[in-house]
Design a protein around this ligand. Sequence first.
Ligand code: G4P
Length: 526
Amino acid sequence: MSSVAVESQKRRTFAIISHPDAGKTTVTEKLLLYAGAIHLAGSVKARKNSRHAISDWMKMEQERGISVTSSVLQFGYKQAALNLLDTPGHADFSEDTYRTLAAVDSAIMLIDHAKGVEARTLRLFEVCRMRKLPVVTFMNKLDREGRDPLDLLDDVSKSLNIEVAPLNWPIGNGRDFKGVIDIRSQIVHLFAADSHGSTIAKVTTLPFVESEKLIGTRLFDETSEQLELLAAAGTAYNRDSFMAGEVSPVFWGSALTNFGVGPLLDFIAAHAAPPAARIAEDGNVINPNDERFSGFIFKIQANMNPRHRDRIAFLRVVSGRFSRGMETVLGRSGDKLKLAKPHSFMAQERSIVDEAWPGDIVGLYDSGQLRIGDTLCEGAQFSFSGIPRFAPEYFAQLVVRDAMKRKAVDSGLSQLSHEGVIQLFYNSISRQEPYLGAVGQLQFEVLKERLKNEYGADVAYRSSPYRWVRWIGGEPEGLKWLKARRDYAIMQDRNGRPVLLAESQFSINYALENAPGLVLYDIEPL
Ligand code: G4P
């Protein structure tokens, strides 16, 4: 096997999708703890809370404690090299969160077992489905009271329209939580309620048939019954269906008390998807084992020293070997680019990287040349199909306080929209006064700060009546119907494609029901 094939097979590049508060930070930290990448849990969490940031960070980001180093975590576990990409949640939720899913090969879907599938999980899962990503489910917080596990499983399966196949099963929950049973081996992993959260917990194991005394007859009978039901009516795990994104294997645990994280990590390292092949715009399939290096930019983080305007572009390696200082070609323009100071993201810190392999994420200093979705490769120029943009959920119009700054603002908007900070929608007649769209409020704040720091322009926002945007497709008659009515706002996206801005879901539905042949997309068609 070539060294590219060997290294590529070891890579597991994944993200955790969840609703805020389901325990993403806690699980992330415990994965690092179990992999031996950190020695005492608490450090990831501390970062989240301390609002501490690298010295040259934009002030606002400092205040919020977002940091580049935590957006990608690389760590080894057994034979595997894991790349865990952060999907920002809470207030920092933005298009980046969606785009990250374009750069991973599998995802862990984290669910609070008392709450089931929540809104954000659903949205993120839809993006995974679009990419046919294999998704592993982790039901968290078993140390707290929660829902009946069979009902919960049914709810997940129905609301996400996916088959679920438990690989282990909980014994009780809340105060009664006794542990999990590995379905295949029928071995019980006993939970010790007093296990300390900051170090690896010792787990006692024994065959389920011998566990009645320890877990009590009631729970033993209840669990036996559930296992019988599962065996009779449940979905069996099958690797091919998992890899195709059709079946999600399910694990249960309590990240806070370190319980159940070990089996999850073992599964990810052994069975999560290795780097996938990707399709280029011309239809060619680029295999990770190809000797020729290629990769694409999925995120640009302006790193915000106003004097230097340095940005870091995050490159996902798709094929071949990446090496420091290599000459590459930019797919979009054919420009040559020497990748002089690439960074990797080892568990806690950023460091210069000499080589990287398919599945790895490399940080590149960018002086404004790179855009989201850009391809970098060796040899002849080509491009991967782009990263789709997602329908924004917040809208505003820009008010430029100083008319002299109009030009600066225009060029800023153009650059920053290519970096994925904001989406722009233009009135078909004039390109002035575009509507700005974002999937998270933070994007507006970032835009404002950056226009001020980098373009010297003070801007404010005027609220917009629009709440929804859809890309317009289908028959030309549909678009004609919309245009003929005065109450529909038809605008253009940055590529001149028609979009519909609407004030209500009702008006979108009305158009869909009445405009002949109209199709509306909530993700930009590629
Ligand atoms: P997030 O990144 O998904 O937003 O979640 P995070 O890990 O910050 O967890 C949210 C809250 O849930 C935290 O409590 C955390 O301690 C708790 N939590 C996470 N996993 C478990 C678990 O397995 N069991 C229980 N009982 N709780 C869990 P908090 O009170 O908001 O924060 P903190 O005071 O603990 O830091």
